[in-house]
Each structure stands twice: as C-alpha cells, then as structure tokens.
Design a protein around this ligand. Structure first.
Ligand SMILES: Nc1ncnc2c1ncn2[C@@H]1O[C@H](COP(=O)(O)OP(=O)(O)O)[C@@H](O)[C@H]1O
Ligand SMILES: [Mg+2]
Length: 465
C-alpha cells in the first residue's frame, strides 16, 4: 500500500493557481482517493470547481472529499487524464530500464505524465512549488513546418499502430498529445497561432473517417449545431489528418486561456464503469438543470436535444457520455468569446439564441466527435439505436420517439416536431454536397446514404404524429 499526493492546479487568468490536494492510496484493486480544496483557492471570487458534482465549492472549506467507491479518480480529474490512445502511448514511452523495470503505470501516473496539452484547465504537480508540467516531457516547442510535421506525426502513429518501436524524436509529440482522450490516434498541434487536435486516419481504412467527420461537422453546423472549425490536411500522398480547433484554448487578455472542461460522465457524477454502461440524454438534461448556468439553460437544453436528433439522423451511434462535454465560462468575459459564438448558425432553431447570456458557470460545449457509423451487413435499418437513452422507448432512434422526447429539454411537442422536421429537411437537401465538398470519395456515398437513411425517409407509420 502506498499513499501519494498530487497538487491540483486550475488555470485562471493566464496562470495556474493551486486549487487543492489529491491524495491517492494505491493498493492494487482497492485503491482510493480523496481531495481537499485549499482555503486560499476557496476565497477567490473566480474559483471554478474541479468537479461540479463530486467536488462542489459550496461548503467545501475544511472538507475532505472521499473519492468514488471502486477506486476511480474524481470525474473532473479523470477528464484531464488520458484514455485508450494516450495510455497506450504513455505505456510504450516508459523507459523500463533500471529502477523502472516492470513498472506498471497507475491511474495517478497516467494523470501526472499526461503533459501540458490535456483537455480543460487542470494541471498537476507532486510538489506545490513545481510546475504542473514537471512530470511530462519538457518540450513545448511549436512544430516547425506544419506539413512536414504532420507527416512525421502520421508516420509515428502508424509505427505505434504496428507496434514498432517509437523513435525518440516522435515520442515527444505523442506524449504531448497523450492526454487528449478518446481512442483514435491523435496529437495536439498549433497551426497559424491556433490550437488544434489532429486526428489521424489509420492506414488502409475503408471508411475515410477524417473526411467523413469533417463533412459531418459541416452538416451539423448547417443544422444549427455549434461545432469547432475543422479541416482536412492530406499528407504522405493520400493519407488524411483531421484538424479540429480546440474549444478549451482561447486567446485572452493573459495569453492563451485554458477553459475548464468536464465530460458528460462527470456532469452525471458517474464512475468510469457506470459511464461505460451508458447514460441518457434526459439524465444529462436533469444534471444540467442542477449544475449548469441558469441564464443559458433553456438554450443549452435545446442544443442538447438538437444533437440527440442529429446523432439519430446521421447514425452517429458513438454518442457516449465522453462525447458530450461542458465548459466553464467566467462572468467578466475573462474567456473572451463566451457569448455570441453560439448564435452562429443556430438562430433559426434555438429560442433566444442571439445573445448567449453573461453569467458564469457550466455550459454545454460545442459538439465534437460526430461521425456517422457505417451500417454493418445485416443491420436492420428499422431498429437503429444510439448509445444513450433518448426517452421512454430507450435508445430507439425513430423519428416519432425523438419528437415525443422533447419534454426533459423543455420543448413542447410542436417545438420538438419543428426541430426534427427542420433537421431532416436540411440533412436531406444538403448531405450530398457537404460530404462531396469535404472530399469524401464517391465510393463511400452509398454507405453514407445508408447511414442517413432513417433520417431521410421514415418508415411508413413512424412519421411524427
Ligand atoms: N474541439 C475540441 N476542443 C477541446 N477538446 C476536445 C475537442 N474535441 C474533442 N475534445 C476532447 O478530446 C477527447 C477526444 O476527442 P474525440 O474527438 O472524441 O476523439 P476520439 O474520436 O478518439 O474519441 C474528447 O473526449 C474531448 O474530451
Ligand atoms: Mg470521442
């Protein structure tokens, strides 16, 4: 049994400030953790909770929070830690010589080693006077020559996929990007003074995921869903890299601001295994009523509803809780563009969306990871399901079910019907052009059409009543 401590820092006004102390007792399968906020942090008017559900600020003075049963880290902290891809990179990056022979990285190791590009605004250090990046690779140089480096990155991603040894010069890119979460190969890059997540196509992939994701994000924007900017860069004579602009980094008065981020799993207060078992859109809506900013709540609920409908219509069945997120916006506009940006493209659907409120607190993040999933051989087109529950008929993704499930999002049936019909019309009339412009090859179009089919033509009798 070993007890280890880590200081948790929050990036506020351009610098990391200590927020509290995380204590982890590592005892094989019975590990546990605890967290206590620092008093000075709690006295700050701009303090942001490390986790809105498990670590609320109200009444936190002098309180030691016990971590979730089962040995998980607190959700808000877990969100700053790597997922499958990043863990793999860190595993293969450990120098297992000398005292590290046989070293198995623990949850805390993954957290500490993940580096400066982690999602959100948290940083971690072992000593209070230490930089939150002390445990990660120290290099923070920007990439010289974007094209060349993206090629180098892709070559390195292939090497990882093929279980080849990673050359040290590649390793640093990945260790930087290892905390980004998700399962697909990716890295954090800066291009043209903006921060992006680079997602790589795997070699010989039949489904051109980068282009399809790019097209799907464009289609979502046409539907009034706020999405980050994306672009596809072609390298190595035909391989694609998708660049997604980061919404948790923004230029501000104090240099690059890091915007606090938590996942949908955290907003529900779920442990890792609960999150893996699923979740529901109405559940998320209920959690948002408790923990999100009140002034933007009606818009946020409608925004979530719109995403649920969109996911159903484009067969984005990978809409699990980590593919939904929340950002913390500060009242005094410290994060710059906190308001206004959501108006873009969404005015026609979301009530009162011209002005996105001026308060501070948690709001739904822009949408991400929107990828139509190809239909496998014998899939029955009539029983499409999402990964999150939609309403009374569970995960069943039919038009009627969507229309009947607006209640938890404060939408009357007429409003829900109007939104569903609007999305359906836009998708039907725009999808071909959008995916063509995104460079999706014609060979993928019949499969794409099959993905979108339930949205494009409802089965007789299923049309919304
Ligand atoms: N534009 C973005 N800005 C900031 N964080 C993002 C953005 N897009 C995704 N993320 C975060 O990165 C994680 C991985 O990205 P995602 O697109 O979901 O990759 P994957 O396809 O591997 O699941 C997400 O779970 C989310 O936490
Ligand atoms: Mg994802």
């Amino acid at each position: 049994m070993q007890t280890r401590n880590a200081y948790v820092h929050m990036h506020l006004r351009g610098t990391f400030v200590p927020a509290g102390l995380l204590t982890v007792v590592e005892d094989g399968r019975r590990s546990s953790c605890a967290f206590q906020y620092g008093n000075r942090y709690l006295e700050r008017a701009d303090a942001v909770p490390v986790d809105p559900v498990q670590l609320p600020l109200a009444g936190a003075r002098g309180l030691r929070f016990d971590g979730p049963v089962g040995g998980d880290l607190f959700g808000g902290i877990r969100d700053a830690s790597p997922d499958a891809w990043g863990r793999h990179i860190l595993d293969i990056s450990v120098d297992r010589h000398g005292e590290n022979a046989g070293l198995q990285l623990s949850e805390l190791d993954y957290l500490l080693r993940a580096g400066p590009d982690r999602i959100g605004a948290l940083g971690f250090s072992v000593r209070l006077d230490e930089s939150p990046f002390a445990f990660s690779t120290r290099q923070t140089a920007t990439l010289p020559g974007a094209e060349l480096d993206l090629e180098a990155l892709l070559t390195a991603a292939d090497a990882v996929d093929n279980e080849e040894d990673l050359e040290p010069r590649y390793r640093r890119f990945f260790v930087r990007g290892s905390s980004l979460g998700g399962a697909r190969p990716k890295a954090a890059v800066e291009l043209d003074g903006r921060h992006w997540i680079a997602k790589f196509d795997r070699a010989r992939e039949a489904w051109p995921t980068c282009r399809i994701e790019h097209g799907c994000m464009r289609l979502a924007r046409l539907c009034g869903i706020d999405v980050p900017d994306t672009k596809v860069v072609r390298v190595l004579g035909g391989r694609d890299i998708l660049l997604v602009e980061r919404f948790d980094r923004r230029p501000g008065q104090h240099g690059t601001e890091r915007i606090p981020f938590v996942s949908g799993a955290t907003m529900l207060g779920y442990t890792q295994s609960q999150a893996e078992r699923g979740g529901s859109y109405p559940g998320l809506a209920a959690a948002m009523r408790r923990h999100c900013r009140a002034d933007t709540l009606p818009q946020d609920l409608a925004r979530l509803y719109l995403r649920m409908v969109f996911n159903a219509m484009v067969n984005n069945t990978d809409d699990h809780l980590r593919n939904h997120g929340f950002l913390y916006e500060q009242k005094d506009g410290q994060y710059g563009q906190g308001s206004g940006q959501y108006g873009r493209g969404s005015g026609q659907y979301v009530r009162g969306s011209g002005q996105y409120g001026q308060g501070s607190g948690w709001t739904l993040s822009p949408a991400y990871d929107l990828v139509p999933q190809p239909i496998m051989g014998n899939d029955d087109a009539e029983v499409r399901t999402l990964s999150l529950t939609i309403g009374e008929q569970g995960r069943l993704a039919t038009e009627r079910h969507l229309v009947e499930s607006g209640g938890p999002f404060a939408l009357a049936k007429d409003e829900a019907r109007h939104l569903v019909a609007g999305l359906k019309e836009i998708i039907a009339s725009e999808w071909e052009q959008v995916f063509r412009e995104a460079g999706v090859p014609s060979r993928s179009f019949s499969e794409l059409r099959a993905c979108l089919a339930p949205g494009l033509s409802a089965r007789p009798g299923d049309a919304a009543q």
